[in-house]
Design a protein around this ligand. Structure first.
Ligand code: GLU
Length: 491
C-alpha cells in the first residue's frame, strides 16, 4: 500500500428477493476492493425484512454466485463474525428500541391510515396537481382514540419519520462530491407487521456493525438524506457514502431481469463465462482500466483503488467486451485447466455423463487443447468437440458438409484408409505426412479438396478443430471406421 488508510468496514446488503442481480456482484466488487485496499473487512448482510418479496433459495444463490466470482466475505450469515447475526430477520428485536427512542424524542410518530386512504390521498394530489405530495400528517399529534374517530383508520399503526422543514438535502458523496437529493416524504420506518423497513434497519445495522463506508447503487441517493437524519437523531456518526452508477443497456435503460437475461448473475455461469472474466469486466464497468490492456486481476484493481476514479455515468453493459475478455482468460489457462473448467461446466449444466470415463476425460483434455484458441465461452466446447464422442459407424453428416463432397470423395476416402493403415505411430504429424503423400502428392489434389472428405468422414462437419490432431486423438481404429462408413454411405 502506498499510503496508510484507516482500516475500513464495508458491506454488501442484498435482499433475497429472487435470482441475484448482476448489480449485487458489481457492488460487492467495489466494496471488497476498498476493504482490501484499506486493510479492513468486508461484510455480507442479508436484508430480508420484506417478507412479501422474500424468495426461498435466493440467499443460497447469493452465496454461491458471489463465491463463484471470488468475492468472498469476512463476516456473514454463513460464517458468523463479531457483529452478528448478519440476517436482518434474526435481528428483529434490535430495531424496536430504536424506533421507540425516535418516537419518544418526537422524531417519529404513529400513523394509523389505511392503505386505501393513502392511495386516495395520492390520487387526489395527482388530480389537483398540487405541488404538495406525500403523507398529509393526518395522524401526527393524535392519540389512537382521536385518530380512530376519523375515517381510514387501521388497527395496526406504522411508524413514520417526522421530516423537518429544514432537512439537509445535500450530502457529500465519495464519488460524486456534493449531491442534492429531493425532499423526502414522512418515511415509514416500522411497518404494520412490526418489521422495520429498509431505512431503519439499514441505518441501525450499518451503525451497530461498525460500517465506515456505505457503497451502493445510485438508486439510493434519494434515501440518503433520510438515513443521515436517522444517524443524527440517534446520536451516531454517519458513515461515508458512495453511490455507484447503475449498469445500463445499450439504449441507456437500466438493466432489469425482465428485459435483459444478463441481469441475472447466474446467466453468466450458465452461458459459460469464466468468473475471472466477469469480475474483470465489472471492474471496467465502473473504473478506468488499471493496465494498458484492460486486463487486471482483482489484487491489481484493489491495490490502487481510489474513489475519485470511479465513474459517475452509467456504464453500458457491452457483451462484446465481455466476450473478448472471456476469450482472453480462456487462452490464458493451461489446456489441463481449461479441460477441468469445461468438465466442471458440463457437469454443472447436466450436459455430461455424471461419471465421465477415463477415455471421456482424455478426449476432453486433448480436444480442449485443440479448440482453446477459438473458444469464447466454455459452452462452445462441447458442440465443437461432440464428434469425438460420436459412434464411429454413425457420425451424422451435416447438410452443408455433405454438399462439399464431390464425385471423387469415395476414391479420396479409400486412398486415405490405405495411407493410414500402415502407420507405425498415429500422431497428428504422422497422419498429416501420410495423408499429404497419398492425397496431395500421389493424387495431385489441392489440400483443401483432398482433406474435405476426410474431415467430413471424421467429424460430420465442414469446419472442425485441427484435423490431423483430432484424428490422432480418435486413434487409428476410429478413423478407419469413420472413413469406411462415409465411403459406404456414398456408394
Ligand atoms: N437491501 C438493499 C438492496 O437490496 C441494500 C441497499 C444498501 O446497500 O443500502 O439493494
Amino acid at each position: 500500500m502506498s499510503d496508510a488508510l484507516a482500516p475500513a468496514r464495508l458491506r454488501v446488503a442484498p435482499s433475497p428477493t429472487g435470482d441475484p442481480h448482476v448489480g449485487t456482484a458489481y457492488m460487492a466488487l467495489f466494496n471488497l476492493a476498498y476493504a482490501r485496499r484499506s486493510g479492513g473487512q468486508f461484510v455480507l448482510r442479508i436484508e430480508d425484512t420484506d417478507r412479501a418479496r422474500y424468495t426461498a433459495g435466493s440467499e443460497q444463490q447469493i452465496f454461491d454466485t458471489l463465491r463463484w466470482l471470488g468475492l468472498g466475505w469476512d463476516e456473514g450469515p454463513d460464517c458468523g463474525g463479531p457483529y452478528g447475526p448478519y440476517r436482518q430477520s434474526e435481528r428483529l428485536d434490535v430495531y424496536g428500541s430504536f424506533a421507540s427512542q425516535l418516537i419518544e424524542s418526537g422524531h417519529a410518530y404513529y400513523c394509523w391510515c389505511t392503505p386505501e386512504r393513502l392511495a386516495a390521498l395520492r390520487e387526489a394530489q395527482a388530480a389537483s396537481k398540487t405541488p404538495l405530495t406525500g403523507y398529509d400528517r393526518l395522524c401526527y399529534g393524535k392519540t389512537r382514540e382521536e385518530r380512530a374517530a376519523l375515517p381510514g383508520f387501521a388497527g395496526q399503526p406504522v411508524v413514520r419519520m417526522l421530516i423537518p422543514d429544514d432537512v439537509e438535502l445535500v450530502f457529500t458523496d465519495l464519488v460524486r462530491g456534493p449531491v442534492s437529493a429531493p425532499r423526502p416524504d414522512d418515511q415509514v420506518i416500522v411497518k404494520a407487521d412490526g418489521f422495520p423497513t429498509y431505512h431503519l434497519a439499514v441505518v441501525v445495522d450499518d451503525h451497530l456493525m461498525g460500517i465506515t463506508h456505505v457503497v451502493r447503487g445510485e438508486e439510493w441517493i434519494s434515501s440518503t438524506p433520510k438515513h443521515v437524519l436517522l444517524y443524527k437523531w440517534l446520536g451516531w456518526e454517519a458513515p461515508a457514502f458512495a453511490h455507484l452508477p447503475l449498469l445500463r443497456n445499450a439504449d441507456r435503460s437500466k438493466i432489469s431481469k425482465r428485459k435483459n437475461p444478463a441481469a441475472r448473475l447466474a446467466w453468466f455461469r450458465e452461458q459459460g463465462y469464466l468468473p475471472e472474466a466477469l469480475r474483470n469486466f465489472l471492474q471496467l464497468m465502473g473504473y478506468p482500466p488499471v493496465s494498458d490492456t484492460e486486463i487486471a486481476t482483482f489484487d491489481e484493481f484493489a491495490a490502487g483503488f481510489d474513489w475519485a476514479k470511479v465513474n459517475t455515468v452509467g456504464p453500458v453493459f457491452d457483451l462484446a467486451k465481455l466476450n473478448w475478455l472471456n476469450g482472453h482468460y480462456i487462452r490464458s489457462l493451461s489446456p489441463e485447466e481449461l479441460a477441468d473448467r469445461i468438465e466442471a461446466y458440463l457437469l454443472e449444466q447436466g450436459q455430461w455423463p455424471n461419471q465421465p470415463s477415463e477415455r471421456d476425460r482424455a478426449l476432453l483434455r486433448g480436444g480442449a487443447a485443440l479448440v482453446q484458441e477459438r473458444l469464447q465461452l466454455l459452452s462452445e466446447a462441447l458442440p465443437k468437440l461432440a464428434f469425438l464422442w460420436a459412434a464411429d459407424d454413425a457420425v451424422t453428416t451435416a447438410a452443408d458438409a455433405q454438399a462439399q463432397l464431390g464425385a471423387d470423395a469415395p476414391a479420396i476416402l479409400a486412398a486415405a484408409e490405405a495411407a493410414l493403415a500402415g502407420l507405425a505411430e498415429f500422431t497428428g504429424e504422422a497422419v498429416e505426412t501420410a495423408l499429404r503423400a497419398a492425397l496431395v502428392d500421389a493424387l495431385g489434389l489441392k489440400p483443401r479438396l483432398a482433406f474435405t472428405p476426410v474431415r467430413v468422414a471424421l467429424t460430420g462437419q465442414r469446419v472442425s478443430p485441427p484435423l490431423f490432431e483430432s484424428m490422432a486423438l480418435l486413434g487409428p481404429a476410429s478413423c478407419q471406421t469413420r472413413l469406411r462408413s462415409l465411403r459406404a454411405a456414398l456408394a
